[in-house]
Design a protein around this ligand. Sequence first.
Ligand code: V47
Ligand code: SF4
Length: 388
Amino acid sequence: MKTQDISSLLLDSNLSKDLKKISEKVISNERISIEDGVLLYEKGELGFLGILANYVRENKNGNNVYFNRNFHIEPTNICVFDCKFCSYSRLLKNKEDGWELSEEDIIKMVRKYDGKPVTEVHIVGGVHPKMGLMYFANLIKKIKDIRPDLHVKAFTAVELEYMCRKANVSYEEGLRILKEHGQNSLPGGGAEIFDETIRKEICEDKCTSAEWLEIHETAHKLGMPSNATMLYGNIEKFEHRVDHMNRLRELQDKTKGFNTFIPLKFRNKGNQMSHIPEISVVEDLRNYAISRIYMDNFGHIKAYWPMIGRSTAQLSLAFGVDDIDGTIDDSTKIYTMAGSEEQSPALTTQELVELIKQAGRTPIERDTLYNVITDYSNYDFSKEEVVA
Ligand code: V47
Ligand code: SF4
């Protein structure tokens, strides 16, 4: 979408004055306010938001769409917390179909990728009372001994808050220990919605919004970057989404430590909020677009394909998204259990590349920190055996 498309937007006589004002701000690189953000949610039609978000996205990332070669390890789904939206966890008192991987199981999973060009392992799971800080620190060390080249993105702020509290150490001490044992960065989970009243309704017993933000700020200070998520499409209102993004935007101004923002659509299968219908794909696309417009200091917006499905992920590339996560290799259960259409999430590099090309974009394999590994625009897959 080129600049003339965006300027024609301003000539559109059907566009209300307030939306025109917001477009002018976006075009002149001026930050939009909380009120502007809410107004975009209330009045912005899909086509209008798409043009604006695409303008921002192409200024930041050109035509590039990023992906990586990764796999997940979910050490356990036993969890001391009881989030109402979670389809994955099994409470301590009801752990018949819960799993607890041993250290040996986990090492075996890592060994499975010997000689394969994966660049990242994402480790996240339920909050198990017996798997503590030093258990995980030593586990990371063992993973790094096997694969020193692998970027370890591990533990949500929810897991970290619990680990540090149990070990009786400050967040800084806890994170420093994990870093010394080889952890490189933090994933964005556990943020949900920061508004305290909504948080109390949907996940009252886990770390607070202030604690989530403090843990990420501490990690950034220690040189560990992180991601940020937002769980949307359940009981929250538009103003709660904007408030959530605003708290992240403020922290990013301070630390510049976030890599990417990942909106996560509430999926309603098999959890305590199953009576709430899932929102439409149009609402998902509007949400991606507004995220791109609002989060002006975030380099990237990710559509996590195992959660949103590959078709919507492809569509999102015209609505501000420039990253669709990775190959995954069927190694995560969180969204499978919550009813995602992706019941065995795995894509080869070639499939990811084709998916991106079909959307008219340039496929770029990245590492976790968005360094370019390979530009696949003119890559000939027939000349090599593709591994993952
Ligand atoms: O914190 C759980 C969410 C998150 C449901 O950093 C649900 O690269 C929707 O954060 N419907 C964990 N969402 C996953 C996560 C993540 C995923 C991919 C990449 C990255 C990254 C981070 O999943 C939880 C929660 O917000 N979640 N249940 C559900 N029913
Ligand atoms: Fe536990 Fe995370 Fe599920 Fe909450 S979302 S119940 S913290 S596994």
